[in-house]
Every structure is written in C-alpha cells, then in structure tokens.
Design a protein around this ligand. Structure first.
Ligand SMILES: NC(=O)C1=CN([C@@H]2O[C@H](COP(=O)(O)OP(=O)(O)OC[C@H]3O[C@@H](n4cnc5c(N)ncnc54)[C@H](OP(=O)(O)O)[C@@H]3O)[C@@H](O)[C@H]2O)[C@@H](O)CC1
Ligand SMILES: [K+]
Length: 499
C-alpha cells in the first residue's frame, strides 16, 4: 500500500523529529537522499552541469545542500536564486564553500544548458501555483536538455490536493521526503511529478498496509487525534489479497449473484458491456433484468435473464443499476426497486441522473456511486472544471452528502467512504481507457466484486485497479473498444495474482 499524508500531519511529524535532532539535521538527511537520486539520474556526477532553482523557503535549502554535495563530487553547480536576499543562508553558504556559484533569476539560458535541473522553488509551503518570476525558469527546465528532479514535489503543484493553478514544473523524477503527499498521487499534480522516489528521513507516521494499521497505537498528532493517512494507493499485493477466490465447496450461489439493471431499447449495448464486466468480477452468476435481454443473451448465453422489473428477477447479493437505462418511467421503476432492496447497490450513469439523495441516504445496505467528473458536478450542483481542479475535496463531499461510497472516475480515480478515513486512489488507468462504454464495464466488474462479498470501498478500488490494468493489457499502445477491456479482465486478474 502506498500511503499519503496531509501536509499538517507531515509538518507535525517533522516538528517532533526536529526536536530530537541537532539543528539542521533533518534537512541534511533530506539533502543527502536528494543528492543520491540526482547522482543516479546523472550517471556521472564529475563534470556534470547542475542548476538549482532556489526559492525562499526550506525547499530551496534542500536543493542548496544537495547542490553542495554534488559540487564536492566534481559537478559544476549553479544556483538560480529567485529571491537572493531570502535564500536559505546555511544552504547557500554550504554551496559556495563547495565551489558552487549563483546566477540571476533572469538567466534562463543556464537552465536550458544544464544536464540536471533541481527544482527547489517551493515544496509543501507553496501556495497558489508558480509566481510569475518563476514561470520562465520552469519553462526553460522543461524545454532544456537536462533531467528535471523536483524536491519534495514539483513547484506549482498543491501538496494537499494535486491542484495546479496556472503553470508548474514538469519533473522527470520527484524526490519526496518522509511520506507521499496527496498532490503526488492525484491528477493533475501526479502528471507533473514523473517517477516518485520516497526518501526515508525517519518521520514517524505509522505507515502500514491498511486503515487500521495506519492508526498507530498510543501515538497521536498535536491535536490528540490518531494519525490517519489522507490517501491510499493499492498495490498488486493489496489487490491480490482482496480478490474473491472460489473454495472447493463453492457453488455459483455461494460465490454471489450480481444483478444488472441496465440497458434500454435505445442503448442495449450498455447492458451487454455491464454484463461483460460482471461476468469477470468474481460473482458466480449474473442476473440481468431489463429490456436488452435478447442482446445480452446473444452475446453472453451464461447470463440469467428476465424481462421484468428487478424486484421480480430473483435473489441477488448486489445490484448494478444505471448504464444505458434511460430516464423514462421504467428506468425510474427499476431504480426504485433496486434502491428498495436490502443488498449493496452500485449506481452509475442514468441512475446517477435519476438519483434522489434522500433515497440513497436512507438505504440500509451500502451504496456505491460511480460518477465521472461531469456527473459529479451535477450531483454537487457545481461545474465540471471545479471538480477536476479539486477532485479530492469533491469525492469526499459527495460521499458525505449522499451517505454512500463514491468512486470518482478520471485519470486518477478516487474512492471515498461515507464514514471518512483515507481516500483510495487508483492510477492503473491509461488514456486509452477514455472510450465509450468503458464505464459500463467498470460498473459490472465492481458490482460483481460487491456481490462476491467485498465492501464498497474495496470493491470500488479493486474494480478500478483491475479495470485500468485490463485496459493496459488490451491497449498495449493501440486504440481499444470497451469490450476489449472486458475481455482482458481475466489477464489483469492473473497478473495481480501472479505476484
Ligand atoms: N520542515 C522540515 O523539517 C523539513 C522540510 N523540508 C523541506 O522544506 C520544505 C518546506 O519548506 P517551507 O515550509 O519553508 O516551504 P517551501 O515549500 O520552501 O515554500 C515556502 C516558501 O516559498 C514561498 N512561496 C510560497 N508560495 C510560492 C509560490 N507560489 N511561488 C514562489 N514562492 C512561493 C514562500 O514565501 P512568501 O510566501 O513568504 O513570499 C516561502 O518562503 C519541504 O517541502 C521540504 O522540501 C525537508 O528539508 C525535510 C525537513
Ligand atoms: K519543489
């Protein structure tokens, strides 16, 4: 599990550690780790041209101390000081003593010519995107020939949310200290970070494999609250541990039956795709209810189909409702039936348009909503751009307003539980997944995991993980259709289990 902590939590842990260390000791640890990664990125340090972009805070201090180390190993190091009078004094003295020099903020040419650019403009103290004086430097770093290594996080990226207001540094590698910051795992910030390397500086955050273990017994931050992660990113092994596996005595009913209420005369394909995902999600059987039974059975003869309302379809352990459902009376009846059931329900697409907040909040069994940014915007009464900018805040707000688990789709998918706690982030997706019907496949897949017994947070996050991985396998660098994603789910499943 990859775990990210809020800036406040990281700062509190830093304060505790700093009290126990000699003055400047923590920054020296950070700079040592940073210099090692810079050395690896360069290959040969001796004779390399290194440029440091130095802001006015400790982020710049890290860059200066790391620059001093590289200078001692024979690199030619130049520090571009954005506010010379406010540059980190000890770091600057160390660099000069090691033979480094300084350049004016207007010297973008030196940045362009560098073999390595170290971005120390802002870290977790940065606010409101890059300031105008730093923008030409960030552009020169991007356009130049050198490798760009960001210190702690790319300057211009908001550490807590991943928001990028205006421009930000585009890094090839980000060296982050003590803990991942949410902005490194969520888009758009994630897209600026490149490969992220975590350097251990001895922070005590209680990093563990799950929400329970993230609460360190007897350990609290300054507010007296248990230290809880802000974000969690499942890795292969975490997903493998969640996947439902049939036991020797399993029959199809014990493995769980997932009901799919989807499709309409106009959109039968959505029903077929949701069933395609559901058949590969671990449930023992798929029951289809709706008007696309012929299309479903023609493609997947193993489906149990019924043309009537969901309440007449027979027992299921979870429902998927919404893909291609339309918005007429029958769609409303189907949604009503499904929400009135006492089993977990996944609501997608048209079900989200028809959703009544009180009906969702009033359910006794868990509900999982799977909106994309546009649907999330209508559910929250805001606009799409706002959701894209503040994805973490949006998914939390939706989960709390609807009393439901919410999976917000996007290039990094976020999954939040209504009770709070760490939000799950999934980054297995690929731009090729932006194809019609891919969401229908995900709804079937995650619904099937729900029917197989996973809770809504796990079903959403394991579903998103497999779905993204399946798309990568299916695409392999070429365009794909949603049915290709469904067909590749077993490959992704084997892939996860193989580790
Ligand atoms: N604490 C520790 O023990 C350790 C901390 N470590 C390191 O410290 C970093 C945090 O340092 P920090 O708190 O000094 O903040 P930092 O990220 O340098 O930025 C603040 C400065 O930037 C300025 N500024 C703000 N916004 C800006 C903008 N948009 N564009 C331009 N400038 C902007 C702001 O100035 P002002 O707003 O006053 O003009 C202020 O001076 C952390 O990320 C890690 O790298 C490691 O060494 C490990 C040990
Ligand atoms: K930085």
């Amino acid at each position: 599990m990859r775990t990210a902590y809020s800036v406040e939590t990281v700062r509190a842990a830093e304060r505790r550690l700093m009290e126990a260390l000699p003055d400047g000791g923590l920054m020296r640890r950070a700079a040592a780790g940073l210099a090692v990664v810079c050395g690896e990125a360069l290959g040969r340090v001796y004779g390399a041209r290194v440029v440091l972009l130095v802001g006015s805070g400790d982020n710049g201090g890290d860059a200066l101390h790391a620059g001093a180390r590289l200078a001692r190993r024979g690199a030619g190091v130049t520090a571009v000081l954005i506010s010379p009078e406010r540059a980190h004094a000890a770091g600057l003295a160390a660099l000069i003593a090691a033979g480094g020099r300084t350049a004016d903020v207007s010297d973008t040419e030196v940045v362009r010519r560098a073999d390595l650019v170290v971005d120390g403009i802002t870290g977790i103290g940065g606010r409101g995107g890059l300031r105008p004086e730093a923008v030409p430097l960030a552009r020169a770093a991007h356009q130049g020939r050198g490798v760009v290594v960001a210190v702690d996080l790319p300057s211009g990226v908001d550490a807590g949310s991943g928001e990028v207001a205006g421009e930000a540094v585009r890094a090839d590698v980000t060296v982050t200290f003590g803990a991942y910051k949410p902005g490194l795992l969520i888009d758009p910030g994630r897209g600026y970070a490149g490969a992220v390397r975590l350097v251990d500086i001895g922070l005590d955050l209680g990093v563990g494999p799950g929400p329970e273990k993230d609460r360190v017994p007897g350990h609290s931050d300054h507010s007296g609250q248990a230290v809880t992660a802000e974000l969690e990113a499942l890795q292969y092994a975490d997903v493998a541990a969640l996947l439902p596996l049939p036991a020797a005595e399993s029959d199809k009913y014990r493995r769980g039956v997932v009901g799919v209420a989807a499709g309409s005369a106009r959109y039968p394909g959505a029903a077929v795709l949701a069933v395609a995902g559901a058949l590969r999600g671990g449930a023992g059987a798929v029951r289809y209810s709706g008007h696309s039974a012929d299309a479903v059975i023609a493609r997947y003869p193993e489906t149990l189909v019924s043309g009537g309302r969901p309440s007449e379809a027979g027992r299921v352990q979870a429902w998927v409702v919404g893909p291609g459902l339309g918005n007429g009376t029958e769609a409303q009846e189907a949604l009503h039936d499904v929400l009135a059931s006492d089993v977990p329900v996944l609501m997608d697409a048209d079900a989200l348009h028809l959703a009544d907040r009180d009906a969702v909040r009033g359910r006794g069994a868990p509900t999982l909503l799977t909106p994309h940014a546009g649907e999330a915007a209508s559910l929250l009464g805001s606009d799409r751009a706002e959701i894209e900018r503040e994805r973490l805040a949006a998914v939390r707000e939706l989960a709390s307003r609807y009393g439901a688990t919410v999976l917000l789709k996007g290039s990094t998918t976020l999954i939040a539980a209504p009770s709070g706690g760490p939000v799950r982030v999934n980054a297995t997706g690929t731009p090729w997944l932006a194809t019609a019907g891919a969401g229908d496949v995900l709804s079937g897949l995650a619904g099937s995991l729900l029917a197989a017994g996973l809770d809504a947070l796990d079903a959403g996050s394991a579903g998103a993980y497999l779905h993204g991985l399946a798309a990568r396998h299916a695409a392999d660098g070429a365009p794909i259709g949603a049915h290709d994603v469904a067909d590749a789910i077993p490959v992704a499943w084997r892939d996860v289990r193989a580790l």
